[in-house]
Design a protein around this ligand. Structure first.
Ligand SMILES: [Zn+2]
Length: 436
């Protein structure tokens, strides 16, 4: 008996017979406990998010640690490379010196060869003179032709002196040749060893440079990973903020629901009392009810529907909910050209978030309680908004202006609907619930 009265009252307040928002009515206790359940869910999601944020922080710290060690490796490689480069310069200078030495020796060789050539001429001349006079045999003739013993001695001495001089020339000749050969082979050995050292250093330098390039690449990848982790954490933090804000707006919604139910109970009691007093009166629950047309927006605003939900913006649907271009579109896009295109609240509710996000641009989140079922609506890419968190808004009330802010290409409203509180990637298709 009592239950049916309550049901009637709930049906009367929650929209008069629209195909949209055909949500089954619930008892007061049920609706409040459902709201509280949602609030607990948000709380759980927040603690999950916070542990994700901590993980992201750990990851960033770890990546930074890796970067530090790669940087010290790079420093070591830089020092090694500069050391190798110095040594290469030194070896190259030495090679130049040695080449100069070789050039000098070549000059000396030329001089010596000239000298040897001259000596050869001298020796040949002498040999020719021996030949002319009969060569070695003539020495004997010279000795035999001596007129006395002292003459013989004189002649023998002269012959010995001439022979000794020839011997000395030949010895000097030999020594010069040997010395030069030795010097040349030593210098050539030096040059070969310098060239080998230079080649080794150049190989080492090449290896070090390759190692450095690899480390540079690793550092770049670590840096971009850290950048990504940072961005991921910013996303998580934004999600956490939204959840925290929702906790507050749902708390407010619960309070409003409790107040509404108290009013209903009072009205039901009054009606029952009236029914008792006036025995047979005509009783029709014509509650003209909250059409709440505080939507003082421009003429372009869509007409407010009588159901729980109304269309959030004028214009054409340019993109529906679902897969598109290989990704998933979590809302419905409504586009309308012109300035000052109004965006309105899709249902009565409490604003939980009104901020700027890099992806959504100027965006507003509203928590609704429709028969104890929490819904959340999101209005993205607005050029501006005129509500603030905690503010109660009514269906059709202007909340902002259509725009092209955030990750958007062309002026449109990106509208999302959630059954329950907002949670990452859990929006549902609004078609069939919201009259779009
Ligand atoms: Zn969209």
């Amino acid at each position: 008996m009592r239950k049916s009265v309550i049901k009637l009252a709930v049906v009367a307040t929650v929209g008069l017979g629209t195909s949209f928002g055909a949500i089954p009515a619930k008892t007061e206790a049920e609706s409040i406990s459902k709201l509280k359940e949602e609030q607990n869910k948000i709380h759980e999601q927040r603690s999950d998010l916070n542990s994700n944020i901590n993980q992201a922080n750990d990851k960033i710290t770890n990546l930074q640690g890796q970067q530090t060690s790669v940087k010290s490796e790079l420093k070591r490689l830089d020092l090694a490379i500069s050391d190798a480069t110095t040594k290469i310069d030194e070896k190259q200078a030495k090679i130049e010196d040695t080449k100069a030495q070789i050039a000098e020796l070549q000059e000396e060789t030329k001089v010596l060869k000239d000298r040897i050539k001259k000596r050869n001429v001298l020796l040949k001349d002498r040999a020719r003179s021996y030949q002319d006079t009969g060569g070695m045999v003539n020495y004997l003739d010279v000795l035999m032709g001596s007129t006395s013993f002292s003459d013989f001695i004189d002649r023998a001495n002269a012959v010995a002196t001439i022979m000794q001089a020839d011997q000395d020339i030949l010895k000097q000749h030999e020594a010069d040749k040997n010395e030069l050969e030795e010097k040349q082979s030593q210098v050539e050995k030096d040059l070969a060893s310098l060239k080998k050292m230079l080649a080794d250093l150049e190989t080492m330098n090449k290896q070090l440079t390759a190692q450095k390039a690899e480390k540079d690449k690793l550092l770049g990848s670590l840096e971009s990973q850290e950048h990504e982790a940072h961005e991921g954490m910013l996303d998580l933090k934004e999600q956490e903020e939204i959840l925290a804000a929702q906790e507050i707006s749902i708390q407010k919604t619960i309070k409003q629901e409790q107040e509404r139910q108290a009013r209903e109970a009072a009205a039901a009691a009054a009606a029952a009392a009236a029914k008792k007093k006036a025995a047979a009166s005509s009783n029709s629950g014509s509650s003209s009810n909250s059409s709440s047309n505080s939507s003082s927006s421009s003429a372009a605003a869509p007409q407010v529907s009588s159901g729980s939900f109304t269309r959030p913006a004028p214009g054409v649907v340019t993109s529906g909910y679902g897969g598109r271009w290989g990704s998933f579109h979590w809302g419905v896009d409504i586009a309308q050209s012109g300035n000052n295109v109004p965006i309105v609240a899709a249902a009565d509710g409490v604003v939980s978030v009104a901020h700027y996000s890099s992806s959504y641009g100027n965006v507003v989140y509203i928590s609704h309680s429709i028969n104890g079922q929490v819904y959340t609506t999101v209005y993205a890419h607005m050029s501006g908004y005129q509500v603030s968190p905690g503010q109660t808004v009514s269906k059709g009330q202007r909340i902002g202006t259509m725009g092209n802010t955030g990750d958007s290409h062309g002026q449109h409203l990106h509208f999302e609907l959630y059954k329950g509180p907002w949670a990452y990637h859990s929006a549902i298709n609004p078609i069939g619930i919201v009259p779009i």
